[in-house]
Design a binder for this molecule. Sequence first.
Ligand code: F3S
Length: 415
Amino acid sequence: MSTELGCVEHDTLSLSPEEQAMLAGEEGPGVRKAIEIIVALGRIYGARRLVPVGSVQVAGVSYRNLGEAGLRFLREWADQGARARVPALLNPAGVDLRAWRALGFSEEFAARQAAVIEAYARLGVDATCTCTPYLVGNRPRLGEHIAWAESSAVSYANSVLGARTNREGGPSALAAAITGRTAAYGLHLAENRRATLRVEVRCALRSVADFGALGHLVGRAAGNRVPYFVGIEDAPSELGLKALGAAMASSGAVALYHVAGVTPEARAGQVLAHTHERLVVDDLRPAYAALDTGSQPVDLVWFGCPHAGLEEIAEVVRLLRGRRAKAALWVTTARRVRDRAASAGLVAALEAAGGRVLTDMCVVVAPMQELGFRCVATPSAKGATYLPGHAGLQVRFGSVEECVEAAVRGAWAES
Ligand code: F3S
């Protein structure tokens, strides 16, 4: 049905003339397919309109998850002339696209991974592969609508930056990039951004791992609700918030949280819903017991989940104090962050200790069975949650200091 404004209503969903033209195929079959996906999601979730997005982060990048069927799907969409019309980058891939051979990954996997990246490049997506777009110059503004896919990035954008995104799937994020739009439902709407779980933290948070442990516990209790934290107003650095959000997004499905007096929407006004539940956290030991479960000697130590920033790389180098690592020591990061780390001498310092600063990849989605590692140490609660099931690795979970010591000794120091 047409309205006076030239909008067409699909159930409750109104489309602008430009969106109607996309749906009619006037911009080609690739764009029509993309807007069909956005409109279908809008109808399912009762959206009333589409909103322009400032940027997109696309998931479904590791060939291990995508496979030949996924690669074919991307190529066909590119053949239909679809191209991203807003800045779009990729989630991490399965291997470092340059260093895969030195790491021992197979040529066969690396070639298929390269084919995936090439397909995305044809679709106009920036080949930067990272779960921290906000560390490579993409920091959305407060209130800006975006369409990001990786759960920790979604949490950071919504919570720490106050941008607005649902957790997109691979096709829906790509469709948002191609149309420059997403359907206005879920966390795009102010009424869904209010917290319904008040979390009172009554224990000290001394490390980034402690923030992850807190997030692990709260995520399990919260499910997909929006938590509101009190009691950590003095503690959090951006690193702590990054770890907190990543952990809640993996043990639960938390895509937005607020911290009293800290995160932008909590600073701006009342974000706790009148009707809410209460959760008290006064002990982090249950989280450590759940995450620190390995029994084998540590043969890989992994930092950079989510991808490390410059200060995290510098911290690892500082804690090494010039010592050599016995275990393999990997720091994963975005390529542009690695370039900055190289200019600062951090890459050379880490390599002198026997470590590597890797780009593009994530250990969780890498074909780790090709390399023969058995037990990985990490300060990432998110990594510790996913590594056993996704990569078949045992996990030791602890602070950055404990993980650096594990790298140097090749063993975990039992406390
Ligand atoms: Fe990023 Fe992989 Fe961790 S996508 S948040 S490094 S599990």
